[in-house]
Design a protein around this ligand. Structure first.
Ligand code: GLU
Length: 555
């Protein structure tokens, strides 16, 4: 077979050679050991929470080594593409502090190794496709997609899953017929305007294994590839496999970090790199994120599960810092230890280590995420928690945002409660928790949500409120303020000595804690609140008196 002639027949429009293309993609000038990594999503909708894993690993490895981290949009499947998804994913990732050194950006590209959208690279793929054909390593297959589907249906009837179809004798037989074409047949098809797909001619023997080291999974032995994978679809657009080899070579990727679902395709990819004369990159296949199903068993996080869409985390009010922190705890087993020793350092200072990555699926644990979030938010400065909460509320709870920002100093005093010091309060896991925690500081959100327990006499409650109003002075310091509450307790026969009360609770109608509880409910609407004295200092005398008086009316 004259492969050169075949290549001309199939790609008459291609005039450039691989050497011409290579010249446009010179070797990157980077320091020794610098890693070039990429995030290569298909813009098929939202960013999956699990997508943050390989992305963060790529970002860390590149930036830790003085390398390059870039974004390539794998939009070769027009059927699955969702309009606006590319810009959406750039925005989402940027919310999590993931910025690319080069690659696709909103409205275009930045960098010298583009275009970074695969749909704009068809000409490049064709040059390499032509090369493969001219060397007898790829061939046209004129089977139409319909025919292919029919064949698959026949096998489905025979109860063979499509996935396994490629392993069957039938498939091998069909592959043989595809391979046995003549130049005359190709010419006739082309003349008749029949579309074709381009397949690689796989010369592997699946009974033989080859060795490869995955930087996460370790040393692997994989079967050689004998599947004539489609490289170009009938519209001339490449498949993932072909585009991966061409792009990662030209763009100088040193480490391919991707989901482990791609591991079965690795033999094909290695073969392709070899056919094309490219050095294969290093691979890291990351285990998929796991979830707990209704029976308590671990299962892969599916698209329908709660917590899949990364944008939902923002909507719910998770701080991006908290999500990042949580991802780090999942990614590197020693991260938490490091973080405890270095509480004030950013995760970017952590020496991220591939060897400390989990080889099996990490579990998405919302309880843990909440704990991490509480810690992260508790360490925010007053200004930061104020600004970030307001920014969040402007987007997702504008009425509350208006309340929060009406008097910034007032709101900041609220956020200052229990903040700073060695053991800050950990009341907030989400920006959306602020309303439940501190909404009562704002009249539109004040309501008595936890009424005073029925077991206390209403007369005692009224007496407490009256006595408090009579003795309250805004200028009192905390001790004087509390002494006054103690006096009220004593007058009503409530215990002020908590030890005595605990030893004999039935001897008293209640304790001083219950007395301040009555006042607390009147002032905050809740049984639990931040320190009541501080709350009153922030609310101011007028509001305190107003609320207590109002409470009395309802009793
Ligand atoms: N486009 C592929 C995906 O969406 C990328 C896999 C890779 O990173 O190579 O999964």
């Amino acid at each position: 077979m004259d492969y050169q002639h075949l290549a001309e027949l199939l790609f008459p429009h291609v005039k450039e050679t691989p050497e011409d293309i290579e010249k446009k993609y010179p070797k990157r000038n980077l320091p020794e050991g610098a890693k070039v990594t990429r995030f290569a999503p298909s813009p098929t909708g939202f960013v999956h929470f699990g997508g943050l894993f390989p992305t963060r690993v790529g970002e860390r490895l590149a930036h830790q080594s003085g390398g390059v981290f870039y974004l390539r949009i794998e939009d070769t499947d027009a059927k699955r593409e969702v309009a606006g998804a590319k810009d959406g994913l750039i925005r989402t990732l940027s919310h999590y502090g993931i910025e690319f050194d080069e690659g696709a950006v909103i409205g275009g590209d930045k960098g010298d190794y583009g275009p970074y959208m695969q749909s704009k690279r068809a000409d490049i793929y064709h040059v390499f496709a032509k090369q493969l054909v001219s060397e007898g390593k790829a061939y046209p297959c004129f089977t139409t997609e319909e025919e292919l589907k029919e064949l698959e249906k026949v096998d489905k009837k025979a109860e063979i899953k499509t996935k396994d179809w490629h392993e069957t004798e039938d498939y091998r037989e069909i592959q043989q017929t595809w391979r046995n074409f003549t130049m005359e047949e190709v010419e006739a098809h082309l003349q008749a305007g029949h579309p074709f797909v381009l397949r690689m001619l796989a010369e592997g023997d699946p009974d033989k294994k080859f060795k490869i080291t995955d930087l996460i999974k370790g040393d692997l032995e994989l079967p050689e590839n004998d599947k004539d994978e489609v490289l170009l679809k009938s519209d001339g657009i490449p498949t993932y496999h072909f585009a991966h080899a061409v792009d990662d070579h030209l763009m100088g990727t040193t480490h391919v970090i991707r989901g482990e679902e791609w591991l079965p395709s690795l033999p094909r990819h290695i073969m392709l790199f070899h056919y094309l004369g490219f050095k294969a990159p290093k691979y890291m296949h990351i285990a998929q994120l796991m979830n707990i199903d209704e029976n308590g068993a671990k299962k892969k996080l599916s698209k329908r599960d709660k917590g899949t869409n990364l944008d939902d985390y923002e909507r719910q009010g998770y701080a991006p810092e908290a999500v990042n922190e949580y991802i780090m705890t999942l990614l590197n087993s020693n991260y938490e230890e490091w973080h405890t020793a270095n509480p004030d350092k950013s995760f970017e200072e952590f020496p991220f280590n591939i060897k400390k990555m989990s080889t099996s699926g990490c579990l998405l644990d919302f309880g843990k995420l909440t704990d991490v979030s509480k810690n992260v938010l508790s360490r925010f400065s007053v200004d930061k928690i104020y600004t970030d909460t307001v920014d969040w509320a402007v987007k997702y709870d504008p009425d509350f945002a208006a309340c929060l920002s009406a008097d910034p100093d007032y709101t900041k005093r609220i956020f200052a409660i229990g903040r700073g010091g060695k053991k800050p309060r950990k009341d907030l896991a989400l920006f959306s928790d602020v309303k439940g925690y501190a909404g009562f500081f704002f009249d539109p959100y004040f309501a008595v949500v936890d009424p005073i327990d029925e077991k206390f006499s209403r007369a005692d409650v009224v007496k407490t409120l009256d006595a408090f109003l009579a003795s309250y002075s805004y200028a009192d310091d905390m001790n004087t303020w509390f002494d006054k509450i103690k006096t009220i307790a004593t007058e009503l026969g409530y215990a002020t000595d908590m030890k005595a009360y605990k030893a004999n609770p039935t001897a008293f109608p209640g304790s001083v804690a219950d007395i301040s509880g009555f006042i607390r409910v009147a002032v905050t609407g809740k049984q639990n609140s931040p320190d009541l004295y501080t709350v009153m200092q922030i609310l101011g005398e007028t509001k305190v008196r107003e609320r207590i008086a109002k409470m009395k009316e309802t009793l």
